[in-house]
Write a protein that binds this ligand. Structure first.
Ligand code: ITT
Length: 197
């Protein structure tokens, strides 16, 4: 199927394309007159609520256009710190901008649980059919910022499935093998392989 990915993040598109194109699907960015689309993100609804809302907005956008019969893909993600009960979650990007990674490190005292996880929710919609999957990448928050690779919280996130380095110290290819996004996309690919009833 032809999949339009409603995202402004080119890395997400490459990662999804790598996985879904193996199954014979094409993945391209949902564009509006070659400009980045700004979606409303009702963050109080959590990752899945945000993703479903973006699906509806994207559907409205392609209605009546030549893309109307394409599938729409949305993926929403965030980091969840164990010390702060589901926070910042869907608000990860706002919190990162407001506090910065140093501000987040300052919040975590030595006695506090440094456990954290990235979560991703992927939703694919084609007509009335909707597929939903999720992925988790467990880890912990480092004592200091390390590495300049990746984006967002990567310089302070040490994945359990790694070798003790932060995602910021790892190459994209190594991160992408164990990331929350990879897990959600892989699960989506598995669902698409299963014939629908
Ligand atoms: P969209 O256009 O698809 O929304 P985005 O880059 O804004 O792309 P998200 O809203 O899904 O992506 O990401 C929310 C925030 O969660 C992101 O700005 C980071 O702060 C954090 N985050 C999510 N995945 C991450 C990852 O793999 N590495 C680092 N930070 C991540």
């Amino acid at each position: 199927m032809r999949i339009l990915f409603a995202t402004g993040n080119a890395d997400k598109i490459n990662e999804a394309a790598q996985i879904l194109e193996e199954l014979g699907h094409s993945v391209e960015q949902l564009m509006s007159e070659a400009e980045r689309i700004e979606f409303d993100e009702p963050k109080n609804l959590g990752l899945e609520g945000v993703a479903l809302s973006k699906i509806e907005q994207a559907r409205a956008m392609i209605e009546g256009t030549e893309s109307a019969d394409c599938a729409i893909l949305v993926e929403d993600s965030g980091i969840f710190l164990h010390a702060f009960d589901e926070w910042p979650g869907a608000n990860s990007s706002d919190v990162e901008q407001e506090l910065g990674l140093d501000g987040i490190l300052d919040l975590l005292t030595e006695e506090q649980d440094r456990g954290a996880e990235y979560r991703a929710v992927a939703v694919l919609a084609l007509g009335e059919r909707v597929w939903k999957t999720s992925g988790v990448c467990r880890g912990r928050i480092s004592a200091e910022k390390l590495g300049g690779n990746g984006f967002g919280y990567d310089p302070i996130f040490i994945p359990d499935a790694g070798d003790g380095r932060t995602f910021g110290q790892m190459l994209a290819a190594a991160k992408n093998l164990i990331s929350h996004r990879r897990a959600a996309m892989q699960a989506l690919a598995e669902l698409l392989k299963t014939p629908s009833k």
